[in-house]
Design a protein around this ligand. Structure first.
Ligand SMILES: [Zn+2]
Length: 229
């Protein structure tokens, strides 16, 4: 049983987009899991084995309560009925009330397919009279993180102050050396610089040092005004 489930098209998307928020939620005592939809391979400098080890190391840094891989096909991820059933089963058994998924606009087809798949699986997860595992369950919140390949500035609904967790987030990011490398054995790092400058920019918009942006499609309820002061 989890409080929060972060669903990522590829191993590393969760860390790159919201490693700081994951660490913050863990520090607040929440039970947080990450489900990667594919193994992310092939990539220029990665292999299945390398990616598996990198993911294990990052999982350790984040201190996750749960991590799994749905083993859907990388590069050709599609929101099929079969995949929807597999994912709905995970939602019903992990029972996380809050789901994080990729922002709906992207140039990477796996990312937009993941968004469609997750939204459809969320609906299926609450159905009765199915042969899905577990009991019917409807996650209350869907929050979208930005791990986009589209070159435009998004308009987030809110920014999370992750200043206190930035160094540890970078430690989780650096676990994915095969994805940061410009060349085998090369020192990186355009991607790391991007993550750093985006973190600073979103921190600036929120009046803090480092921030991570998020969007919602459904209205958010404020239960306690002290949380937004
Ligand atoms: Zn990705």
């Amino acid at each position: 049983m989890l409080d929060v489930l972060v669903i990522a098209p590829h191993p590393d998307d969760a860390e790159f987009a919201m490693g700081g928020a994951i660490l913050k939620m863990k520090a607040e005592g929440l039970r947080v899991g990450v489900l990667d939809l594919t193994d992310g391979e092939p990539t220029p400098f990665g292999s299945r084995e390398t990616r598996r080890r990198e993911t294990e190391a990052a999982t350790e840094v984040l201190g996750l309560d749960w991590r799994s891989n749905l083993e859907l096909p990388n590069r050709s991820l599609e929101a099929t009925l079969e995949a929807r059933g597999k994912l709905a089963g995970i939602l019903r058994t992990t029972r996380a009330n809050c789901i994080f998924c990729p922002y709906w606009e992207d140039t990477h087809p796996d990312h937009t397919a993941a968004t469609q798949l997750i939204e459809a699986a969320r609906f299926w997860a609450k159905l009765t009279k199915t042969d899905l595992p577990g009991e019917p369950f409807h996650p209350q919140r869907m929050i979208y993180y930005f791990c986009t390949h589209i070159r435009k500035i998004p308009e987030p609904s809110f920014v999370v102050d992750v200043s206190a967790f930035w160094e540890k987030k970078l430690a989780a990011v650096r676990c994915y050396a095969s994805q940061l490398a410009n060349s085998p054995g090369g020192s990186m790092t355009g991607l790391e610089e991007q993550i750093e400058s985006r973190g600073r920019m979103w921190g600036w918009t929120a009046g803090t040092r480092y921030g991570e942006p998020f969007s919602v499609r459904e209205v958010l309820r404020i239960a306690d005004f002290r949380t937004i002061l």
